[in-house]
Design a protein around this ligand. Sequence first.
Ligand SMILES: Cc1cc2nc3c(=O)[nH]c(=O)nc-3n(C[C@H](O)[C@H](O)[C@H](O)COP(=O)(O)OP(=O)(O)OC[C@H]3O[C@@H](n4cnc5c(N)ncnc54)[C@H](O)[C@@H]3O)c2cc1C
Length: 439
Amino acid sequence: MQKRNVQFISTAKLPCSLQTLQTRDQFDSSAYAAKNIIKRDFAIIGGGAVGTYAAISLADQNKTFTLVEVTDQLGGHTKTFQDPTTGATVDYGVQLHLNCSIVRDVFARSRSPLAALEPSSYGNPEYYDFTKQVALTNYKPGSIQSDCATALNNYPYLEDLKHNLSSGSTQGGLSWPATPGNPLDTTALAIFNDGNNVELEDFEGAAVHGANNDNSEIYVNALAELKSNVFPQFSIIAAKRALTCKSGVQLLIIARPPILDDTKYFGLDQQEHAILSKLSGKNYYGGVMNNTGLEEGIAYTNAGADTQYHVASLPSVAEVEDATRSTIKWLQTENNFTALEPNFVDYQDFSPFHLSPPTEDIADGWYGKMKDLQGHRDTWYISSLLVIGSTQVWNSTHTCFRILSALLSLSAFAGWAIDIQKPLPRRVVPVYVLHSCIA
Ligand SMILES: Cc1cc2nc3c(=O)[nH]c(=O)nc-3n(C[C@H](O)[C@H](O)[C@H](O)COP(=O)(O)OP(=O)(O)OC[C@H]3O[C@@H](n4cnc5c(N)ncnc54)[C@H](O)[C@@H]3O)c2cc1C
């Protein structure tokens, strides 16, 4: 078998003019100082649930790799706020996992304890129309019925787009907590993908979470363990594939939303551009507030007073934070609570979430085309593009890695390179090139 060889080359000492050239996808790896070259077999872009899982898997297989993450921590959508005075933690991104073997393995590997998560821990729901500012005292939310599970079990449900679900299932599916935006504008595919069998089991009491109320613990531990292979606060500024070798299979692993803005440095060919340019995500925000004056143990929940299926109206993107504050103040008045000034102690923009192509492209076979893109020009996509939840993305990454391992034993790698740099503003901007080729 031919030897694989991936190199990182630091260009921190290159003149500015050359750095500008790098961003035009024309870098010459021989121009980089040899002492800054780092050799790796794999590169993973994005250190969320998927990228971290991939990195740990590679470490366990004694493969060399590097993980490029644009923020200063691993975990992606997993966000945990820690109260600086009490030390108490609260997860406000990923809340729960399914109690299945892959989840237990991930937490055991990290030596992080798991605990059962009772649905009641989210609080007792009370319903209000936040936009119209009315309490919905008699409102009974719909809940998913067995007909929804039956429809899910008919997978692939795309073959028959007619779903005559009961009104309970329709209303329950449309008010699924993780469906961003107006669910009435969302495809049945997205609703089913989000409210899938795995999620239904979760809500029947099969859910677990970090026992320390800290789902980020596995990522903090992973960063400590993998530190020398992780480039936090770096992003790609240029890439070049099939640099010096004949085309073959090579492993650039994209573990983050492959939207066009973020993939433009990969020198996309027509096929890649045609497929990825169709993708867009929805806006999704989360945060932690104090000084709310609201009652503990109550889940204050937004629903439409007179909209179809009681679908909740949402504020515009620019209004999210202000609308949250003013809604809480209205809830204080409505419930005769003490008037306090609510304050965000943590806030996160989770966009783009629920990536999808337009409906007509789905009908035109977009998902099949995306599947065909796997491995094309040596690039693999393992982000939460085809499945949504962490349990599912870990499962699909596990399967993907089995395929990649088989390919590794059969194939040689062609050359590819990426330049990465710390996001501005910084006075000194180290830039790296990753260069992979068959030695
Ligand atoms: C608010 C919220 C709550 C959720 N709750 C649950 C839940 O309870 N249970 C569940 O199973 N799933 C939940 N999900 C879904 C869950 O987020 C996904 O299953 C999982 O996080 C997907 O992992 P990922 O690695 O594909 O993406 P992400 O977690 O988004 O990770 C992508 C990573 O790529 C990095 N990145 C982005 N751009 C670049 C770049 N240019 N260069 C380098 N790095 C980059 C990001 O910083 C991030 O770390 C939730 C999602 C959200 C938004």
